[in-house]
Each structure stands twice: as C-alpha cells, then as structure tokens.
Design a protein around this ligand. Structure first.
Ligand code: PLP
Length: 414
C-alpha cells in the first residue's frame, strides 16, 4: 500500500477531513470512501453550523421586514452575495444572481437573453462534452426560435478541437455555451481562449463552471465570459442554491425571467416596473439559508486557498490515474492533457453499474452511468462509465482502497 497523506505542499488532508462530519462514518461496515464528488460534495461543519444559526436565531424573510431578525437575515443573505462576488472576482454584487443551481442559471439565460436575442437562422454553439443542463436549454431555445444548434467536436483524448470550435463560430453565432470542466471526462477547457475566440466574432459566452468552481480559481475578470454558472452543492455548500454571474450591462438589458415578489419596483394592474440588479432575477422568497451556507463554503475554501486545493488535487489525480492504469483491463475515458478531479473508466467484461454496486458493499462510493452527458458517452462508444471524482478531502489511501476494491470486482467476475 502506498501511503502518505501530506504532499510536497504539506496539505494537511487529515485536518481538513475532520471538518467534514459525513466522512467519519462507516458504510456496510467499512470506512466511507467518498469518490462521487462531481455528483455532490460533502459539507464542512461550518456550512452546517451557519445554516443552523440562521434557522435557530436569524430566521426571517429578506428585504422586507423592519424588525431586527429581518435585518440580520438580509445582512447575512447579502453578505453571502458579496462572498460570491469576491470568490469569483466579479466587479459588483449586481452581477451575482442566486438561483437554484447551475441548471436553473443556464435556463434563466436561455429563456431571457436567448429569447430576446436569438432568431430564426441564428446559431448557438456548444461543445460535445457538455452536461445535459448545458445542452437541453439551448436545444429548447433553438427549437422555439428556429435557430441552429452547432456542436464543437472533441478529439480522442476528450479535448475540444479548437480549430473546429473556431471554424464553427460565424456571424450568425449568437451564443456560445461551454463547460469550464467536463463532468464526465474531467477535461479542463481553455475557457479564456475560447471566450476570446467567440468574442472576436461578437458572440456572447456562457461558461458552465459547475465542475470547475470546486477545484480551481474561477476569475471572472480573467475569463471575461459574459455569463458563468455553478451549483452550491458541488462546492461544499447546500443543495438548492446556485449562482448566475452575468456582466451587468447584459443583465441590465435582459428581460426578467420569473415574475413575483422582490423582482419588482412597483406594480399596478396596468404596468409593473422591475427592480434593480440582481433582484430583477430573484422572484419570490429566495433560499436564504442556502445562500448563507454557500457563502460559508466559499469562505472555507478560500481559507484553505484555491491554489493549494488545485495543487493537491492535481497530485491526487496523477496518483489516481497511475493507479487505475495499473489495474489490468481498465481503460480511462478522457485523457486530456489538462484535467481536473475526474477519472472515468471502463473495465473489460464488467458493467459500470456492477462495479459501483460491488464497491459500495465495501464502503466505496463512485458513480456509474452516462453522467447526464449522453452525447460524450456516445462519442467514446460507451453507454456508461464508472466515474471516480475527487475533492480536496480525498486521500491516496482512498485511491488505494479503490484499487483494492477493483480487485474484488475482478474476483466476483472471474
Ligand atoms: N453542469 C455540469 C458540468 C454538471 O456536472 C452539472 C451536474 O452534474 C450541472 C451542470 C448541473 O448541476 P445542477 O444539477 O446542480 O444544477
């Protein structure tokens, strides 16, 4: 067994693990080895505590009451927005809209910006490695507007072919939507470069950061994308909360999405005047506790340091890649030169679901399936893969346990 929990950067993973109560449990009598972080991540105690504090002390609606609890609740909610702004290095909190998650954020852009700006014959460009939530909303929009959905292909490593991407962008391209990191393959797209290419042709770019924000710095001023989305629950925060970042000028010009309370300035039966950014896009009572929990999660990651997280995970991914390649019959799906956190693989003679089921009996949680990215599975000629997805609290010992687990899988199928 290869050991060592501290890397060259002296990342104290055991100390970090102690912050995550869920990691300390046993599953089917074995210590939990949680390797399904791309689906959702575990939560540090500080996130749980902050949400508990909201519900036990500060629970009141935001932006409305004049009483103290409402003031505290509003301050915490808006404080979380400022935390997100800082985390993304956005220029203003006006550019930070809370949503239910990445999916809702993409749909918001498709149905507001998209509906207002895409017409018959216009084009929307996505890439072949998108999650369904960055495919289907654009397909729906294209159908509604008789627009054309184009797809930039990937090569055998799972990297978007940049020349093809560039070739597919033309004067009719209104929107380009691309993943920062692929959930199925782990490919890190050269997002800043792709944004530059798209902007040269005048297209607006949405970057899906759902699998990037938990692992690396996502800097809005450096990326210069027009929209960026991510989910709280994949970022060590709660479920039901996510973020849409949008450049203020674009959000300003967009029609609102849902109508209701809080998104208005004034309402008469004849005419409604809409609220300022970002509230124009936050109809109804928001997920206040969720935003507070997300803020705590982002602060937690910042305290560790995003560069240190990325460095540690990179070493762990290299260790895991080598370890999996050492297992006879295992083939990695997705071998991009720049990858984050994901090891998708198939094993000769064993269905991915069987692998995941047997590993679960040993306390090892991985995902099997198409990972809500059926087109990229098809591109690689497989209906499904087994997917190991890492977080900064995972260890080399857990990778060793996985490899040992794959040995049991082989024994079962021998
Ligand atoms: N985009 C990517 C790349 C994802 O991996 C996911 C979820 O797996 C999503 C978007 C959708 O996230 P959510 O279901 O939290 O809205």
């Amino acid at each position: 067994m290869r050991t060592g929990t501290k890397t060259a950067s002296q990342f104290d993973v055991q100390r970090i693990r102690a912050d995550f109560p869920a990691l300390a449990q046993t599953v089917h009598g074995y210590p939990l080895v949680y390797l399904d972080n791309a689906a959702t991540s575990q939560k540090p105690r500080v996130v749980i505590d902050e949400m508990m504090r909201f519900y036990t002390q500060d629970c009141a609606n935001v932006h409305r009451g004049v009483h103290l609890l409402s003031e505290r609740s509003t301050a915490a909610y808006e404080g979380a927005r400022e935390t997100v702004r800082r985390f993304l290095n956005a220029r203003s909190t006006r550019e930070i809209v809370f949503t239910r998650g990445a999916t809702e954020a993409v749909n918001l852009v498709a149905q507001t910006y998209g509906r207002a700006n895409v017409g018959p014959g216009d084009e929307i460009l996505i890439t072949a490695l998108e999650h369904h939530s960055n495919i289907v909303p654009w397909q729906m929009l294209a159908e509604e507007k008789q627009a054309v959905l184009r797809v930039a292909p990937v090569d055998d490593r799972g990297e978007v072919i940049l020349e093809e991407f560039e070739r597919l962008i033309g004067p009719r391209t209104k929107i380009v939507a691309l993943a920062h990191v692929s959930n199925a393959l782990g490919t890190i797209n050269p997002a800043a470069e792709m944004v530059r290419i798209a902007h040269r042709e005048g297209a607006v770019v949405l970057v899906d950061g759902a699998q990037a924000v938990p692992h690396m710095q996502a800097d809005m001023r450096r990326l210069d994308c027009d929209f960026y989305v991510f989910s709280g629950h994949k970022t060590f925060g709660p479920t039901g909360i996510g973020v849409l970042y949008g450049k203020a000028a674009l959000l300003e010009a967009m029609p609102p999405w849902q109508g209701g309370g809080d998104m208005i300035r004034s309402v008469t039966f004849e005419k409604t005047l809409y609220n300022d950014l970002p509230y124009k896009f936050e109809a109804g009572t928001p997920h206040i506790a969720g935003a507070i929990g997300l803020g705590a999660a982002l602060d937690y990651m910042t305290a560790i340091g995003m560069d240190r997280i990325a460095e540690y995970e990179h070493e762990l991914l290299e260790y895991g890649t080598e370890a999996l390649l050492g297992v006879e019959g295992v083939r990695l799906i997705g071998t991009a030169r720049k990858k984050a956190a994901v090891l998708s693989f198939v094993m000769e003679g064993v269905h991915p679901h069987d692998i995941a089921t047997i590993l679960d009996r040993r306390g090892i949680a991985i995902r099997a399936g198409h990972h809500c990215a059926q087109p990229i599975m098809e591109r690689f000629g497989v209906p499904a893969t087994s997917r190991v997805s890492l977080a900064f609290y995972n260890t080399r010992q857990e990778i060793d346990a996985l490899v040992e687990g794959l040995g049991w899988v082989k024994e079962v199928f021998a």
